[in-house]
Design a binder for this molecule. Structure first.
Ligand code: F6R
Length: 242
């Protein structure tokens, strides 16, 4: 595994954006696997900046996202569709019909997951998968205990996730209780993986994931078995690893 130590969140983000842009420059029609959350925000802003300066061209790029809440429409501000439009897609020249996010509005979970798996296969697989790391070691919505063999599947959200999300909705009925997520198998099939981690809060889980045993109890630990992983993390996140 290639570990790149960054000074702070901004430095981590610029280094990650460099790796993503190198991928696009080397293979203009590449397939990027994308994530939501706070970790990639500044990396996305940097890619937008470089696109606006004329240094990057997304016209041939395709993207597939890790996950989406079941039941949320793209117009819902809490959906990952909305996040991706707002923080990346609306500001670059990626073709809308080349961006793929699990369809949260498809009520048939089997159909929604098969559709996402088929898209990844039809695109020829993911060239570079960007990942954040959950405090408990989750990647995508693959929480501790998940089976490593799964491709895109439907998961029940934990009570604590549902409770934490409830503040964003006007009533409890609107809060999603399930999500569609690429599974560990889908993630492991990506040709290259780029994980970004920032902050002292994640120091323990970084050490567990990359120095501890490979176990479903820490889903990210499976990345130790992937042949091409780059971890870009800031000094705080690497403080228990180095
Ligand atoms: C996001 C995702 C999640 C996040 C993880 C870290 O699409 O699948 O696994 O990457 O929860 O979130 P942040 O970056 O907000 O700390």
């Amino acid at each position: 595994m290639n570990v790149i130590c960054a000074k702070n969140y901004e430095d981590m983000s610029r280094k990650a954006a460099n790796i993503i842009s190198a991928q696009i420059i080397m293979k203009p029609d590449c397939v990027l696997g994308l994530a939501t959350g706070s970790s990639p925000l500044s990396a996305y802003a940097t890619l937008i900046d470089w696109y606006q300066k004329g240094d990057l061209d997304f016209s041939k790029v395709s993207s597939v996202n890790l996950d989406e809440y079941r039941g949320l429409s793209p117009e819902n501000e809490q959906s990952y569709h909305y996040f991706m439009q707002k923080h990346l897609f609306d500001h670059i020249n990626i073709r809308p019909d080349h961006t793929y996010i699990p369809d949260g509005m498809e009520p048939d979970a089997k159909k929604a997951c098969k559709k996402h798996n088929d898209i990844i296969k039809k695109l020829g697989g993911i060239d570079l998968q960007l990942l954040g790391l959950g405090l408990n070691g989750h990647i995508g919505f693959n929480e501790p205990g998940i089976a490593f063999e799964k491709e895109t599947h439907c998961v029940d959200l934990t009570e604590s996730t549902i409770a934490a999300n409830s503040r964003f909705f006007s009533s409890m009925e609107e809060v999603p209780t399930q999500a569609y997520t690429m599974g560990i198998k889908s993630i492991m099939m990506a040709k290259k993986i780029l994980m970004i981690v920032s902050g002292e809060k994640k120091a323990d889980i970084v050490a567990k994931a990359f120095l501890g045993p490979v176990t479903p109890a820490v889903p990210a630990s499976i990345l130790q078995m992937h042949p091409d992983v780059t971890l870009v993390a800031d000094e705080a996140a690497l403080s228990a690893y180095l």
